[in-house]
Design a protein around this ligand. Structure first.
Ligand SMILES: Nc1ncnc2c1ncn2CCCCCNC(=O)c1cc(-c2ccc(F)cc2)cc(O)c1O
Ligand SMILES: [Mg+2]
Length: 212
């Protein structure tokens, strides 16, 4: 059984079906007490919650679903009318996420796409009926963050005020991305220091507002 399957089983045995907060609490408890996993987690998650509440996005994209933890974390704060798309490359993890999201009762609120983000981003307008995104959360392979934010720009998926949040700026690090958003002149970018998931190590989120 994979680590991700063990986390899903723990959630199914310890959380309440249809209760997103209990699912998040179970994943976090497992992450702190049993096995570390690369969810954004409860500490950085509180900062992400604040950004979501401040932005109140009607359309949002996530790159890197993993087990669905951040998708559940975000969508639990959004109205029923909001549109949330999440892209995962790894089919095994996408399947775990599908079950985790269903257990949380949010399967009708989250559109899961299993694909390489580079293939999906150019299709979002036509195939997924997207105009522009109000918010984006980037949490997939750290060395493709820059490629993908540039793809979002060139595919006209960002608008003046779009809030782009990126995980793991310190650990494992996304230095090329941080440099790009801070110096290219297209974003008002701020770094929010925090802790690495289920750890006392340092990490942080970058919040970059597109100038349009
Ligand atoms: N082109 C694409 N499109 C969509 N998904 C795609 C993709 N390409 C890949 N994926 C699927 C995501 C792969 C996982 C991404 N996340 C990470 O790699 C990640 C790693 C750590 C970590 C840090 C220190 C360590 F010692 C060990 C691990 C922490 C985190 O918070 C993380 O988010
Ligand atoms: Mg991450």
């Amino acid at each position: 059984m994979s680590k991700e399957q063990r986390v899903l089983r723990y959630v199914q045995q310890n959380a309440s079906r249809g209760d997103p907060d209990s699912v998040l609490a179970a994943v976090d408890k497992f992450g702190w007490e049993t096995e570390w996993a690369m969810n954004v987690g409860d500490v950085k998650g509180l900062i992400l919650d604040r950004f979501v509440k401040e932005t109140a996005p009607q359309t949002m994209l996530e790159l890197g679903t993993y087990m669905g933890y951040s998708a559940i974390r975000v969508v639990r704060l959004l109205p029923e009318t909001a549109k949330f798309l999440t892209v995962e490359f790894n089919p095994e993890n996408a399947a775990i996420a599908n079950e985790m999201i269903a257990f949380a009762g949010l399967q009708n609120r989250i559109i899961q796409i299993t694909s390489d983000s580079a293939d999906v981003i150019p299709q979002l307008k036509k195939k997924y009926d997207v105009d522009t995104f109000d918010m984006v959360f980037i949490d997939h392979w750290k060395d493709v963050y820059v490629r993908d934010i540039k793809l979002l720009e060139t595919n006209n998926l960002l608008r003046k005020g779009t809030v782009v949040v990126a995980d793991n700026i310190i650990n494992p690090g996304a230095p090329e991305y941080a440099d790009y958003v801070r110096t290219c002149g297209k974003y008002d970018s701020t770094f929010h220091e925090s802790n690495f998931e289920y750890s006392d190590d340092i990490d942080g989120l970058e919040k970059s507002v597109y100038r349009g």
